[in-house]
Design a protein around this ligand. Structure first.
Ligand code: SAM
Length: 458
């Protein structure tokens, strides 16, 4: 376990496992989490002019059965999870909620008694998530439902435009020492007309009657900030990452619910907006993301904004050199597989611990505007042979994917394996159906021959 006093840590991995392995009980002051929303969407990103898919926000029940049983066996959550199973049945929604409940439980463990948590979600799931948050953090610790309102071009003519997200704000306990720094918003025109910019003093007499408001000598800071926040989204053209949240949103949360020097933690940190805001405001931070590409974007973002900071960051879980990758493969083949299955932009490792039917990762890559191909990955940490390549091609076919990437170390690749890959044929006369991608390729900055390299921003 790293020194708990170490500031500024970035982890690659599933936040459930990373929290369990590396984060001590009651060790962080503020948690902001912006997990996938169960939007049933595939998020695209443009990096270096090419499009790739950052993550697939769709959920399958079989991927989260372990999560369901982990939370449903806990006394405080059993009735909630059982109730949700009755309402929703065993499908994608319950899978998503079980996955979230299991990770929120860990968030509760690592949050200090004086800490706060903001769960960012949207109206498709916020009502179910609130029931789960009540179960984990306690109804009495619910502080606010903050509505983040923005403008965007929405579609659909038969309902109101969907232009807000929801932030569920809870404290860990009701202790008074919790950080809460009052923020202010400007006065309305009518208040300014009546009172000007001076502070207004009001109160009650001993019989509880309201006294007339009076104007004090000093200037007012404004009106106490309410729970509806108007903040512009990051325009898609400027996004570093799909689903990137605006820096001012994170700065507001961090200013309100932490103090300089506190530890701010984001278990689903994407392109690192929370990290950027925390660093701007003199807080220490911890971030986790399960996507290799997200961690790379964070590195670039930190290097671009904060001189030499990257050198002082403890970056855990993602091999930085070929030797690191070999060491990880020997030490923890599952972690190695998870990392190697998501090396290619757009590919994501399985959510489930065990590979399913020979598939360790998958992705959907755009072939042209509006048309996608399904790609699967298999990773081998140890010895390999041609029949494994053939078996992977069969697994790919059964998974309904058009393309497959077989990943291993260069010295394990034989000419028989290369032949087996070539014999698997071509997709659309353009891309090899199965290709062998090596860890050495990755460190040399080479990509497999997939549609992503060919698709340019329109
Ligand atoms: C909605 S995005 C976060 C965006 C972020 N707030 C920002 O401003 O960039 C969700 C992120 O969670 C990551 N993710 C999904 N499941 C995860 C898990 N189990 N552990 C850690 N990260 C995960 C995805 O890779 C994605 O980057």
């Amino acid at each position: 376990m790293p020194d708990q006093a170490t500031p500024n840590r970035l982890y690659f991995g599933d936040c459930l496992e990373v929290m369990a392995e590396y984060l001590a009980d009651e060790s962080v002051d503020l948690i902001y989490l912006d997990p996938p929303f169960n939007s049933k969407r595939i998020y695209n990103a443009f990096i270096g002019g090419a499009q790739w898919v950052a993550f697939d926000d769709t959920w399958r029940w079989y991927e989260a059965i372990d999560d369901f049983h982990a939370v449903a066996s806990e006394v405080s959550l059993a009735p909630t999870m059982e109730g949700l199973r009755r309402i929703l049945g065993e499908g994608g929604e319950l899978a998503y909620l079980s996955y979230m409940a299991n990770r929120l439980r860990e968030c509760h463990r690592v949050l200090k008694r004086t800490g706060s948590i903001y769960l960012h979600c949207d109206p498709t799931m916020s009502h179910y998530l609130k029931v789960i948050m009540d179960g984990i953090f306690g109804k009495q610790n619910f502080r606010n439902e903050v509505i983040w309102h923005y403008r965007k071009w929405s579609t659909g003519k038969y309902a109101f435009q969907r232009n807000h997200d929801v932030l569920l704000f809870y404290s860990r306990t009701k202790v008074r020492e919790r950080a809460f720094n009052q923020l202010f918003m400007p006065r309305t025109a009518s208040t300014i007309k009546r009172f000007g910019s001076k502070r207004i003093v009001s109160g009650y007499d001993e019989r509880g009657e309201r006294l007339p408001s009076q104007v004090a000598d000093e200037d007012s800071e404004g009106v106490r900030l309410d729970d509806v926040w108007d903040i512009s989204r990051v325009p898609p053209i400027k996004q570093l990452y799909p689903t990137e949240k605006p820096l001012p949103l994170l700065e507001r949360i961090i200013k309100a619910s932490s103090n300089p020097g506190d530890v701010v933690f984001d278990p689903f940190c994407g392109c690192g907006t929370t990290i950027h805001a925390a660093q701007n405001l003199g807080r220490r931070w911890i971030g986790i993301d399960v996507c290799v590409q997200a961690c790379k974007v964070i590195q670039k973002r930190i290097e671009g904004h904060f001189d030499s900071l990257w050198d002082d960051i403890e970056f855990v879980g993602m091999p930085k050199t070929l030797e690191d990758a070999r060491a990880l493969a020997a030490l923890d083949p599952f972690k190695f597989e998870r990392w190697a299955a998501s090396l290619v932009p757009g590919m994501e490792a399985n959510k489930k611990q065990r590979g399913d039917k020979g598939i360790d990762g998958r992705g959907r890559l755009p072939i042209r505007k509006g048309e996608f191909v399904d790609v699967v990955a298999q990773v081998k940490a140890g010895n390999t042979n041609p029949s494994q390549v053939q078996a992977f091609n069969e697994a790919r076919r059964q998974a309904g994917a058009e393309l497959g990437v077989f990943t291993c170390f260069e010295d394990k690749v034989t000419s028989g394996m290369r032949n087996a890959a070539v014999n698997s044929g071509q997709f659309k006369d353009n891309w090899p159906v199965i290709q062998i991608y090596t860890i050495e390729d990755y460190f040399l900055g080479r990509l497999p021959d997939l549609p992503l390299a060919n698709f340019r921003r329109p």
